[in-house]
Design a protein around this ligand. Structure first.
Ligand code: SF4
Length: 442
């Protein structure tokens, strides 16, 4: 059986993982980053963003493949809204949730009521068969493409999975909804075997994925710093510490020994999802931490000689001018080494998606016109906040950054792009679910 996996723009870990499983089951598998004519009988789409449902290149690719008599299945995080994937892309089936158990029987037998974890059309009806997560996280090596060294995701060629799940319950995040809140960790030997395989294929820098790296091997909410440190030191032994990063960490999931290990075995950066400088918004986001904890975490990293990046979310449906001002103040006061700003995106399956659908469109900052200092640009409030925060973040970086016309235009373009894409996704949600997005998503 010949299979092509399309992982739009990036070779995601999930696409490589599924490729490895199919190859191990005796199939010929090709991994592609760009949508084009597909010679193989089966086309698998690895959809890591809801935006992919609106991507003309992907829609055309599926259409053409099916017109040529091929079969097309989709999986990945976007499968949380199978109705939307089936409706928008017209694929034959969607692999729902963790795909390891469903993918081989689906490719071999085609759509069947016997296969758990798939969704498909049966006449006018959409059938969704509940997924069965894998009993353990052992599996064959991923299918690593020869040009893996050519891609850069925040500086790393690939993000390797160390565990699944997150203890957090952030309302905007898909991780706990897709993988659950219990931490399931992979054996260290398995992870390191993969790191070696990536290095042999030409990867020069590897990062750990998993939402919050330091939750590796944690149990019942208790961190296991020793296991995390062993993982980092093992990775550094293979790749060299200048080629390992373990960026994403919760501000309440650090200890002195963890920070020391990050300095010793990685490039020395920590990436915190700070999200907001307002306790009111953090509480509404279900972040489970306070601004003061975020401040302490930044300080702790600095005292361990680490650089700190932070991500912030603007345009949360309930964010007020005061909340936004508090976030700007946090950025000005902390002078973070790098800052990433995103407009709140209602990812299907998250409580934020429900909140957005319950919010009147003319109350949603993503649709309300900005009347503030950037009104002449015709932005929405969310876009104006995104733009303003990117400008602030540059201004307060420890090293001097000059905001040239080029940088100004770049940020303006980025804010507009985010706004347009997230409005399109929001409209899609309204179209499919009205104000009744999956009642079980909270
Ligand atoms: S801590 Fe990070 S991974 Fe966990 S739920 Fe929150 S945003 Fe998601």
């Amino acid at each position: 059986m010949n299979v092509r996996i399309l992982s739009p723009d990036l070779y995601t870990y999930g696409a490589m993982l599924i490729g490895g499983i199919l190859q191990d089951a005796g199939m010929e598998v090709t991994l592609a980053r760009s949508a084009g004519p597909c010679e193989e009988k089966i086309l698998l789409l690895s959809l890591y963003s809801t935006q992919h449902l609106l991507d003309r290149r992907i829609r055309d690719c599926v259409k053409q493949h099916r017109e040529n008599g091929g079969l097309c299945y989709a999986g990945g995080p976007a499968s949380t809204a199978p109705e939307m994937v089936l409706g928008e892309l017209g694929v034959d089936a969607v692999v729902v949730g963790e795909g390891e158990n469903a993918i081989v029987p689906l490719v071999r037998q085609g759509v069947s009521a016997e296969i758990p974890g798939i969704a498909y059309r049966d006449g006018d009806r959409i059938v969704i068969q509940a997924p069965v997560p894998p009993a353990n996280l052992r599996r064959p090596l991923p299918l690593i493409p020869d040009d893996i060294g050519s891609q850069s995701i925040r500086g790393a060629n690939a993000y390797i999975e160390s565990h699944r799940g997150c203890l957090g319950g952030c309302t905007f995040c898909q991780v706990p909804r897709f993988f659950g809140r219990e931490i399931r960790s992979r054996e260290i030997g398995e992870v390191l075997r993969e790191v070696r395989a990536f290095r042999e294929k030409g990867a020069r820098r590897i990062s750990i994925s998993g939402g919050t790296g330091s939750l590796y091997c944690s149990h019942n909410g208790k961190l296991n710093p020793g296991a995390f440190i062993d993982l980092l030191s093992g990775m550094a032994e293979i790749m060299g510490s200048a080629n390992v990063s373990a960026p994403d960490i919760r501000v309440d999931c650090i200890t002195d020994e963890i920070l020391d290990a990050i300095r010793k075995y990685t490039i020395g950066w920590v990436f915190f999802g700070i999200e907001s400088g307002s306790d009111r918004i953090l509480s509404q986001m279900g972040k489970g931490v306070t601004v003061s904890q975020a401040r302490d975490a930044v300080e702790a990293c600095r005292s361990h000689g680490l650089k700190v990046a932070g991500s912030f979310i603007v345009g949360y449906p309930t964010e007020t001018d005061e909340d936004y001002a508090a976030s700007r103040e946090f950025i000005a006061e902390q002078c973070l080494d790098d800052v990433f700003v995103s407009i709140a995106e209602p990812i299907p399956g998250t409580p934020l998606a429900r909140l957005v659908l319950r919010t009147q469109r003319d109350e949603n900052p993503l649709f309300r016109p900005d009347k503030g200092e950037y009104r002449s640009f015709g932005l929405s409030i969310a876009e104006a906040r995104c733009f303003g925060m990117m400008m602030d973040a540059d201004m307060y970086k420890p090293r001097l950054h000059v905001i040239t016309d080029q940088v100004f235009d770049l940020y303006l373009k980025e804010a507009r792009k985010q706004g347009a894409e997230i409005r399109a996704v929001t409209d899609l949600l309204y179209r499919y679910y009205g104000s009744n997005l999956q009642p079980d998503c909270e």
